[in-house]
Ligand binder design. Sequence first.
Ligand SMILES: Nc1ncnc2c1ncn2[C@@H]1O[C@H](COP(=O)(O)OP(=O)(O)OP(=O)(O)O)[C@@H](O)[C@H]1O
Ligand SMILES: O=P(O)(O)O[C@@H]1[C@@H](O)[C@H](OP(=O)(O)O)[C@@H](OP(=O)(O)O)[C@@H](O)[C@H]1OP(=O)(O)O
Length: 271
Amino acid sequence: MFNAKKGMVGIMMHNDGSLLKPVCPDATEPLEDDEIRFYEKISNAEDPIDKELATLTPKYFGTQKVKVADRDVLCMKMENFTYGFRHACVLDLKMGRVTSIPTAPEEKRKHEASKYLGTRATVGFSVPGMAVYDVTNASAIQHGKPFGKALDGKSVLDAFRTFLNAPCGSGVRPICDSLLAQLGRIDSWFSRQRRYKFFASSILLTYDAAALLAGAGRSEEQVLAAARPIARMIDFAHAWPADGEPDANYQEGLRNVIRLVTEVRDALPTA
Ligand SMILES: Nc1ncnc2c1ncn2[C@@H]1O[C@H](COP(=O)(O)OP(=O)(O)OP(=O)(O)O)[C@@H](O)[C@H]1O
Ligand SMILES: O=P(O)(O)O[C@@H]1[C@@H](O)[C@H](OP(=O)(O)O)[C@@H](OP(=O)(O)O)[C@@H](O)[C@H]1OP(=O)(O)O
């Protein structure tokens, strides 16, 4: 259960269905962890840009200490987008060509710059994880980092097709449309904000593929109500002050994510 590398546990689920994300292993109080400070700031914000940002992330429910094998682990409690899903599909997109903060030690910068070159250099993001329920073959697939490291600017489109269950045809269209509308809100926020540059931060895409099992004859509203598609920003351990500049590193990847989902949608057959 402990992650030997980071010396801590992975994400856990609370009895009420929310997520418990362990924070920096050395932090025993919330003020010692950057990501907690970030969520506290935006969830109590008066500033309109910060307030809007809070609507583009999971809802934050504060912190909680959790006993794991006799250790007190400090966790953030947050909204779980896949709670209650029967066939959860989850795509984690780590945004930006550059994923280390400007003051990171050279060794860390070099290590980060050496990974996921096939997608970072072409589409400006990487795919550290993807879980899909493949409706056509009735099988659940879980891909880790090696899958994302093997992708390039062309094959990443196939990964999006697989993730979106494109072979299911026109039933997938409302899911794509909903994801695109939500990604558009994130893009709009980035076009106006000049407060942050995010490093190694992700966009999470989720939906329940059980919505596609019922077959033809369902209205778009019925598919959407069952699929509950979500596109949100997650993972803010490395938020950096932007000093009045746009976050071009994140925006490049985001525009390509929007392009790829649009390409999958536009190639679907009409109903
Ligand atoms: N709000 C959420 N709802 C549903 N699933 C989530 C949510 N947040 C995170 N996850 C799942 O947990 C995974 C890890 O999340 P996150 O990147 O925030 O944690 P992490 O500890 O920084 O992970 P890593 O170090 O592997 O990047 C995501 O890829 C996703 O599968
Ligand atoms: O070893 P990897 O696969 O490159 O994964 C890294 C790694 O977990 C790294 O942690 P650390 O070893 O620097 O503590 C993560 O860095 P941050 O915690 O600073 O974000 C990286 O994000 C991981 O990279 P990735 O998930 O992109 O493969």
